[in-house]
Design a protein around this ligand. Sequence first.
Ligand code: HEC
Length: 142
Amino acid sequence: MSNARFAMLALTGMVAASSAFALGSKPKADDEAVNARIQPVAQLSLASGGGAAAGNRTGEQMFQAACNACHGTGALGAPKVGNNGDWAPRLGKGLDGLLKNATNGIRSMPPKGGVADATEAELARAIVYMANKSGGSLKEPK
Ligand code: HEC
């Protein structure tokens, strides 16, 4: 076999193999649907840096980077920041009660608001930030 002919065969083989691979690895509709569903959460955790290192984020930074997505608008039934009526029935739980539910998640509220690396202190600060703009007078823990 001449070298040129061998090269042609090898090339054809590679093209066939790579298109078979492309077909085989094409995402199924199911995968795409799952990706679409988890994408907002993935983006939230990426956005959660908020310019400050994990652990040192202020309540406002946490809110802007993550909580705002739902609590800014009331999406999914989240108590909206600035709407005292939304927050009044929740404020009675106190910071400890709110923090527990925000940490574990409650109904459509994802655990830690989707910020996987959020510390307890950061979550508490974010809650105090939101609550105190909505009729609360919670004290930020030291
Ligand atoms: C994907 C939307 C979403 C994001 C993001 C989100 N929340 Fe929520 N949150 C909700 C919803 C929905 C509720 C109402 C849950 C219920 O009581 O049914 C809620 C409720 C809460 C409550 C009240 C819990 C209670 O016991 O009544 C707190 C506190 C809270 N969120 C804190 C946070 C904090 C802090 C962040 C950001 C770090 C955050 N949330 C991000 C959707 C979200």
